[in-house]
Design a protein around this ligand. Structure first.
Ligand SMILES: *Cc1c(COP(=O)(O)O)cnc(C)c1O
Length: 380
């Protein structure tokens, strides 16, 4: 052993932001068996793995039904289209989300109407919604950001009062609860992503739409498969937006662990809360009284955020920004004519948010190390 090798510092120096390797190592046998059985059966599109996953995921959520699709973005796209969006229809959304929420909407012909978010949860502020409703408004799409549901009761009540549908962007909230109801099951439709890093992730791209109205879900089913109800019979055009069978088989295996993984994420959140309680420069994420948060991300708001992020990065602690620039300030949405100052809560959040390492296998020692390094930064 060289001296320099021995001089390498203390415990857990590298803390990854996300570690899928541990999860996949633990499930490797089952995943490889599923792959082998798909190769033997030759069923790669549709088939039993898909329908069983759809049934099991619906059961997990307490949803009436589920339609597997090729990504969370397609889940949103098919949801908007199935609810009958037409060119020029306006949909209310939030600026602090991943662009897929609104991209799918614009591409489906809709127009975005942003509203600001609640300062505590950073989810759609119900008190801002009513003022944004115009003659062309047809719906709203609250985002259950970071794993915490938006305040659904007032949003659903506003929707009912004005005849608007609600699509839930539940891409970050598999298994999160709002007053006991699963995120994704309260609006007309819920859209999920199984992108690998999500709380439930495929080993590739996948998504799902859940809902209760069989007619609307049948439209989603056709949209994902070129508009066909039967092979080569097309009443409308659709998309190539199916969930492939191997991913469905992987998702079935992982779904069995989702509750336990969400519990572990909640334990990590408790550990962060304890370890960072005495750092006044850091504002910790709050679990709303109505919510069971599943901590897809653990997002603090920090003074001197950029300097803190560099300090952590220099010490091997990997963090992220979700999201650094609100959508209304992106070049892609220049044409909406919005400026800095349009949505102060979302804008202030964007300047101070920092996503700390968060995944089910993160250890107590790693959490303490992250907290200690943050404390060093502010006391140094
Ligand atoms: C991940 C994500 C999406 C898109 O899902 P994909 O499967 O990557 O297409 C949509 N909305 C939010 C909030 C997301 O986090």
């Amino acid at each position: 052993m060289s001296a320099s090798r021995e001089a390498v510092p203390r415990l857990g120096v590298e803390v990854p932001f996300l570690d899928l390797v541990q999860q996949h190592d633990a499930l490797a046998e089952a995943l490889i068996d599923a792959l082998r059985s798909a190769l033997r059966s030759g069923a790669f599109v549709g088939g039993l793995e898909l329908t069983e996953f759809e049934r099991e995921f619906a059961t997990f959520l307490g949803a009436r039904s589920c339609v597997g699709v090729s990504s969370g973005t397609d889940a949103l796209r098919f949801a908007y289209l199935a609810l009958g969006i037409r060119p020029g229809d306006e949909v209310i959304s939030v600026p602090n989300t991943f662009i897929a929420t609104t991209e799918a909407l614009t591409q489906a012909g809709g127009a975005i109407r942003f509203v600001d978010v609640d300062d505590t949860t950073l989810t759609m502020d119900p008190s801002a919604v009513e003022a944004a409703i115009g003659s062309r408004t047809v719906g709203m799409v609250p985002v259950h950001l970071y794993g915490q549901p938006a305040d659904m009761d007032p949003l659903l009540a506003i929707g009912r009062r004005h005849g608007l549908w609600v699509v839930e962007d539940a891409a970050q909230a598999h298994g999160a609860l709002y007053k006991g109801h699963a995120a994704g099951t309260m609006g007309a439709l819920g859209a999920f992503s199984f992108y690998p890093g999500k709380n439930l992730g495929a080993c590739g791209e996948a998504g799902a739409v859940v809902g209760a109205d069989p007619g609307v879900l049948e439209i989603v089913r056709r949209l994902r498969d070129h508009g066909q109800a039967r092979k080569y019979v097309h009443d409308v055009e659709g998309y190539n937006g199916r969930l492939d069978a191997i991913q469905a088989a992987f998702l079935r295996i992982k779904l069995r662990h989702l509750s336990e993984w969400n519990e572990s994420r909640r334990r990590v959140a408790v550990a962060y809360r304890q370890a960072l309680a005495d750092v006044p420069e850091v504002r910790l994420p709050a679990e709303a009284p109505y919510a069971r948060h599943v901590y897809h991300l653990y997002v603090i708001r920090a003074e001197r955020r950029d300097a803190l992020q560099s300090h952590l990065s220099a010490r091997g602690i990997h963090t992220g920004l979700h999201y650094p620039l609100p959508l209304h300030l992106q070049k892609a949405y220049e044409s909406l004519g919005l400026r800095r100052g349009s949505f102060p809560v979302a804008e202030q959040a964007a300047d101070s948010i920092l996503s700390l390492p968060m995944f089910p296998e993160l250890t107590g020692d790693q959490v303490c190390h992250v907290a200690e390094t943050i404390r060093d930064f502010y006391s140094g």
